[in-house]
Design a binder for this molecule. Structure first.
Ligand code: COS
Length: 381
């Protein structure tokens, strides 16, 4: 795959998703945000258009799409609705641990259900006292006969209340520290597993974020993901890949805000001419456009590296996530300013884009953590 340009097939795919997003998703975006409800109609739309199955192999009912193609879809949807773009991003995050370490039986069972849209998936790593320091998790999984018994709590789980399948990380051997963490698949309805607090968030309000509570939750031994003690590696390997997806969300929000501001500026007349004719504002927009394009190229490069398993992809994926999401925050904030008082009002999409952009700097590893990952690659640990 070429690192810097899209293939003809990817261009056609991009155009298809763009039209779908503009015609079907954009008209719903303000309402999704306002009501703070999960957009099941958009989920169905993505399902009908074979977008939920993108990242899965054909043998599991998927499209076998490469990383960049998946990211293009997220970018196009994020341009019009941050919450809706999380439908695809949530699948990437929740299902990647199963793709990486799942046995053939686990993949056959779970990936097929996720690809078809029959079931939804989520990722449970973060805990109230284990955020950036993910290895300090307290949730325990103790082997007992044919089961592991889970006790503990996860928080800020995207898709928490609507998922059916969860990739969960827990301590199987606390003495071993980070090497004592293991990954599991937990199914909704397992006794002892309940959903806790529903978070009331600043942005991405159409995405459901909740706690996961485990109280003597017994899961079968065969739900272990990969070898015992390799769960932390699995979580990191997952994030190395999916950070390109969050980067694409940021990119989409930035591009969407920029496109909106440019079109507004061409119509808005002040001092006798459209404000797009003022060079000071043109230069400001030119600078934002430069950063958006630079973010796009970094994401494409990171996707190619992830796809090919090129050495150093972890650092470049962290660069893409950090850069693109910082650009998203800067561009959406400045675009609110560019359209002035209207930018601050809920009748216009920019304030929503600005609120949605903020989380991209935080989730799947804060941007401070991305810099740590990059620095460790440069200097060693
Ligand atoms: N891929 C595979 N294995 C990795 C890895 C990676 N990218 N990064 C680290 N590991 C392994 C290390 O090799 C080490 O294993 P060994 O001891 O067997 O060699 C182990 O994991 C621990 O690594 P390290 O000592 O570097 O872990 P730290 O506790 O210092 O944490 C950071 C590293 C900070 C990078 C990690 O905790 C992190 O990414 N935190 C952010 C978590 C996050 O993104 N949360 C968001 C959740 S999703 S909303």
């Amino acid at each position: 795959m070429d690192n810097y340009t899209l293939t003809e097939e990817q261009r056609m795919f991009q155009q298809m998703v763009r039209e779908l997003a503009v015609n079907e998703i954009e008209p719903r975006a303000a309402e999704i945000d306002e009501k703070g409800e999960y957009p099941w109609d958009i989920f169905e739309l993505l399902k009908e258009n074979d977008l939920l199955s993108l990242p899965f192999e054909e043998k599991y009912g998927g499209q076998g799409a490469d990383m960049l193609t998946c990211c293009i879809a997220v970018e196009e949807i994020a341009k019009v609705c941050g919450s809706s773009s999380l439908i695809l991003a949530g699948i990437e995050l929740g299902a990647t641990p199963i793709k990486i370490f799942g046995t053939e039986e686990q993949k056959e069972k779970y990936l097929t259900q996720i690809a078809s849209g029959e079931k939804q998936v989520a990722f449970g790593l973060t805990e109230p006292e284990a955020g950036s320091d993910a290895a300090s998790m307290k949730t325990k999984a103790v082997k007992d006969g044919d089961f592991y018994v889970l006790n503990g709590q996860k928080c800020f789980c995207t898709n928490g209340e609507i998922a059916d399948i969860y990739s969960v990380f827990a301590m199987t051997n606390p003495e071993a520290g980070v090497r004592g963490i293991s990954g599991f698949v937990v199914e909704k309805g397992t006794p002892g597993f309940t959903i806790g607090k529903h978070e009331n968030k600043m942005g991405i309000r159409g995405s459901m974020t909740t706690e996961l509570l485990f109280d003597d939750c017994k899961i079968p031994l065969e739900n272990l993901l990969g070898p015992e003690g390799k769960g932390f590696n699995l979580a990191m390997m997952t994030l190395d890949r999916t950070r390109t997806v969050v980067a694409s969300q940021g990119l989409g929000l930035a591009q969407g805000a920029l496109d909106y501001a440019i079109s507004y500026m061409k119509d808005r007349v002040q001092f006798g001419k459209p404000i797009s004719k003022f060079q000071g504002l043109q230069f400001e927009v030119a600078e934002l456009a430069m950063e958006v394009e630079a973010a796009r190229q970094l994401i494409y490069r990171a996707c190619a590296m992830v796809e090919n398993g090129e050495p150093g992809f972890s650092g470049v994926s962290a660069m893409a996530k950090c850069y693109a999401t910082d650009v998203a925050m800067k561009v959406t904030t400045q675009c609110v300013s560019l359209i002035g008082g209207y930018g601050y009002m809920k009748d216009y999409p920019l304030e929503r884009m600005m609120r949605d952009a903020k989380i991209t700097q935080i989730y799947e590893g804060t941007n401070h953590i991305q810099k740590l990952v990059i620095a460790r690659q440069l200097f060693g640990k």
